[in-house]
Design a protein around this ligand. Sequence first.
Ligand SMILES: *Cc1c(COP(=O)(O)O)cnc(C)c1O
Length: 428
Amino acid sequence: MLYQRSSALFKDAKLVIPGGVNSPVRAFNAVGGTPIFAKSAKGAYVYDEDGNRFIDYINSWGPMLLGHAFPPVVEAVVERAKAGTSFGMPTALETEIAELAISMVPNIDKIRFVNSGTEACMSAIRLARGYTKRDKIIKFAGCYHGHSDSFLIAAGSGAVTFGTPNSPGVTQGTAKDTLLANYNDIENVKELVEANKDEVAAIIIEPVAGNMGCIPPVAGFLEGLRAICDTNGILLIFDEVMTGFRLAKGGVQELKGINADIVCFGKVVGGGLPVGAFAAKDEIMNHLAPLGPVYQAGTLSGNPLAMAAGLAMLKAINADKGLMNRLEEKTKYLHNGIADALNKNNVTHTINRIGSMISVHFAEDAVVDFNSAANGNNDTFKKFFHGMLNEGIYIAPSAFETWFITDALTYQDLNETITAVETIAKSL
Ligand SMILES: *Cc1c(COP(=O)(O)O)cnc(C)c1O
């Protein structure tokens, strides 16, 4: 495949945009090579500036659950734009999408819309701190909650009491209020809570992790967190920015039957426009301005184009009773096909899968947390990534990302993908 135009565009972009990209994951730093510039997309396919077609397993990093340029979303946005693109005044549309979201998601009374997943998580911990009048939060190594300061803390070796900033610009003062735990390690969480008695406002977690590959919670883990929170007056925050409206129409709360105190959304909820949201029961949400003292705001929050796109998306998901099953069946089919192809060629691997999320790790042992995810062979991943790209299959340019399965994928697309893996596996 030729990427002449992409290469030229990247050269130009680098002169005026840091690294040539507006979000680092788009650069190919982890795998080498030049990012591909998208020109258009439809259904399961994305087309680049050189005219190449790819079967897309990134899908804008999650939002395109029903495929690119999904007609109801496109029509809703186009129609809405003609009536004005922003007012800074409330609109009927915002109540409509709020009502629908609340009817789909268990255990929430009110929802506030923002512009990104980052904003949703950032606001959720402010609300939790305001509500509990405590400062500290517990997050898990390898979980991503957007790029606000409190969350840019990576794991030290083993369980550390105080996080160290992994990005310059995050102050020690901020970092010390973020405690790190190991995913799927309930004892570790108990120790942290014990060591910080009455100081922890919230435990925030991706209830199915998707930002270190796909890592489902082990049996009893989420139940354990719920119990710890209940005993210690801590709020449990489910960051469902990736899993919300994807793993079930009510997200992981519905899938696993566990209630969170605050839930964060993004990605699918905006249907491809910039939307995030956070939601909770009245008792907690009523602490938010203008009802309560916890301040949170946004000039473009609840933007009519974004709300129109989100509403069309949620309506389509809500109306389609077979959707989640179809997605799971497709993902399972892909899983089996990839596993067969890799096994036939003796390629060491572990595949994690739940619903429409799947990740291929070139690791021997089970991948259950950040350390085991980091054990994967990155050289093999690089070869795999570039091999797939060459075969017209676009997966995320990092071994730490989930593949997002869209309902627009046909079994023929899946077979094409599996054939590509068979071809590449020979040289891994
Ligand atoms: C993508 C993501 C975010 C951040 O959302 P943005 O819209 O990129 O700010 C937060 N949490 C999780 C779990 C995510 O996957």
